[in-house]
Design a protein around this ligand. Sequence first.
Ligand SMILES: Cc1ncc(COP(=O)(O)O)c(C=O)c1O
Length: 276
Amino acid sequence: MKVWIDGELMDGAHARIPIIDHGLLYGDGIFEGMRATGGRIFRLDAHLARLSYGARALHLQLPGGLPALRAVAEQTLAALGDPDAYVRLIVTRGDGALGVDPNTCPRPRVICLADRIALFSEEKRRAGLALITSSVRRPAQDVLDPRVKSLNYLNNVLAKGEARRQGADDALLLNAQGNIAEVSVANLFVVQRGTLLTPPTTDGCLDGITRGAVLELARSLAIPTIVHDRHGSRHRAHRQPRRRDDRHGRSACHHAQARRRIRAPARCRVAGCAAQ
Ligand SMILES: Cc1ncc(COP(=O)(O)O)c(C=O)c1O
């Protein structure tokens, strides 16, 4: 593993952060988990845009701005010397006093790590994954905006742990209304009679970069994707004009979960998985 901390590249075994970093003390920070293939980070721009969204939501200054963070991610990957890797860019609130007050932290800390990762074996990926429906719910949007990829991953950790204790590979997480939001660290797609369905971000899932790529591919291949907007109208995703319908001006894609409801099973098996 190679790690970049505060301007220095080092081996993972030597990487240290002070105990008073609010990222450690309070989960105060954001991150992006990115995949590199052939020495290039997949959709790096989209990851940086999501990091920037999270930073705005947390009133966190990104040191050096996005160009500096791009360079950090690319340099850390290059230092690993493996073109196919996982790159995690982390921005914490930085060092501060005990107590949650972010004002005691004058300088956010940038950390980047690059390593190999294999969440599921090739065999599992081919055979499919066993899922349970977790008793842990995704936080409501007014508790923690699900589009912010923050350092608070406890509900994901608890859901995964619940799945493992029950002999499953992963867990479906529902939102407070009982609608499926996503899997512990992945978005979910269902193919129902040739139509692609995926929960809208308004149901509590992360606005996944892979999800965005899948929806784009579906559109370009004219694969029907049922979506519905906030007013309940139904559209075909690949014909839907892109709409600017949220605070930060991002286009959103919603599927008609209310109309074509996928019921959360106690246990199920998913055919494939994009995570490695
Ligand atoms: C909660 C959650 N949902 C979905 C995803 C998939 O997002 P992406 O495709 O941007 O990696 C992740 C990735 O880490 C995640 O943590």
